[in-house]
Design a binder for this molecule. Sequence first.
Ligand SMILES: NC(=O)c1ccc[n+]([C@@H]2O[C@H](COP(=O)([O-])OP(=O)(O)OC[C@H]3O[C@@H](n4cnc5c(N)ncnc54)[C@H](OP(=O)(O)O)[C@@H]3O)[C@@H](O)[C@H]2O)c1
Ligand SMILES: N[C@@H](CCO)C(=O)O
Length: 427
Amino acid sequence: METDKKLVLGLFGFGVVGEGLYKVLNLTPTLNARIKKVCIKHPDKKRNAPPELFTTNKNLLLDDPEINVIVEMIDDADAAFDIVTTAFKNGKSVVSASKKMIAEHLPDLIELSRSNEVSFLYEAACCASIPVIRNLEEYYDNDLLHSINAVVNGSTNYILTKMFEDRLSFRDALIQAQQLGFAESNPTLDVEGYDALNKWTFLLCHSYGLLLKPANLVFTGIQNITSDDALQADTKDCVIKLVASAKKLKNGNVAAFVLPHFVKKDDQLAFVKNEYNGVVIESSFADKQFFYGKGAGSLPTASAVLSDISALRYGYKYEYKKLFRDQQNELTNDFYVKAYLAFTDWSHVHKEDFESIEEWHSNDHNNYLVGIIHFKKLQENDWWKKNNVSLVLTADPIIESLEIVKLKKRSLELAGFGGSFALSGSN
Ligand SMILES: NC(=O)c1ccc[n+]([C@@H]2O[C@H](COP(=O)([O-])OP(=O)(O)OC[C@H]3O[C@@H](n4cnc5c(N)ncnc54)[C@H](OP(=O)(O)O)[C@@H]3O)[C@@H](O)[C@H]2O)c1
Ligand SMILES: N[C@@H](CCO)C(=O)O
């Protein structure tokens, strides 16, 4: 096998990640790789690299026969798709970090890279410095993956840490995340959960062979989380994290979503703070395994890009083995979850959607309930994201057995909480 193929790189983007890669490559002379040209958008910006390296003409990179790898690190998903697919058609391998582009176009990207017999690697696109995609591809290539729970967005984790440990306001914490290069150019993608959703969409392909669109998954971000919610978490010996979650249910189908969770203070994910990410994998025989590392930022992200470039020396490709297996996994929304819901007005909550309400509190300024709801209700409606309603799943939220839910509902009915649950006043 050829292991020291000469790599001539065409780099798109010289922002937080692109410039990080330029620095990291300069510090790694043993890697037989050189950047021949960098395509950027704004020619007048000052750059920390020789001016002759830069161009705004993408074809100088895409049509150059000497360039055999395109490294795509731009913040425009549509332009990225055009660049990446042209590179494939021109017989060039691609390393990308564009989560949004990958999540929205994965089936086409897999098809085109395979038909053109080139590599398409994107380790930096999920959990930045943590080698989670290659591990899921290679190490967990079997049916024994029970569940994955992960903090996959550095900016929201940074904001939650700063808000609840350092008492910073949401706005100040977000500004810091932007200044440190963690946030997306449009930070709504981070805050409202889209970035984590995009990452989870393609990670589910590598973990369970599910080829989904982001729209298939239930998700929200941290936009409605308040300090009152953090106090409630504390009373339950928990902290709040935005968790991307997937679990193989007893019937063989996969439950998957991205939602805020109460995480027990002794759970591995509770130790994931600031821009760090963490992934807890549960598998047969091995039990729990925990991956931890920086999930955003210039050099940590560039280190994953470097590792992908390095893997191209020996022609590494994702095989998508789980996707092309005869026995396919399926996504399901047929299960229940236990959720905490905080809100300003009872009229904002569809309490009839709940199978049971186990705990509730109501006064002039603070209302919340803890109840069990069928997951389909969250998929079919979005009242739980509107009017500042904040939904946080409880620790270990998935309930598979209808019988338990029915029993609890019956006991609540017997206790006088049937039908409308008689929710006036405080308890
Ligand atoms: N920041 C992180 O921690 C991180 C981590 C993992 C993945 N990512 C992903 O990596 C990508 C880059 O992120 P970033 O943080 O480096 O963004 P950034 O700092 O905003 O840089 C974006 C770069 O893209 C260039 N660009 C935009 N449109 C272009 C086009 N059509 N053609 C050529 N260049 C174009 C910009 O050019 P100008 O310099 O001329 O404006 C800039 O250099 C995004 O997809 C992001 O989601 C980021
Ligand atoms: N905005 C992303 C960058 C890393 O993908 C985050 O905060 O996680």
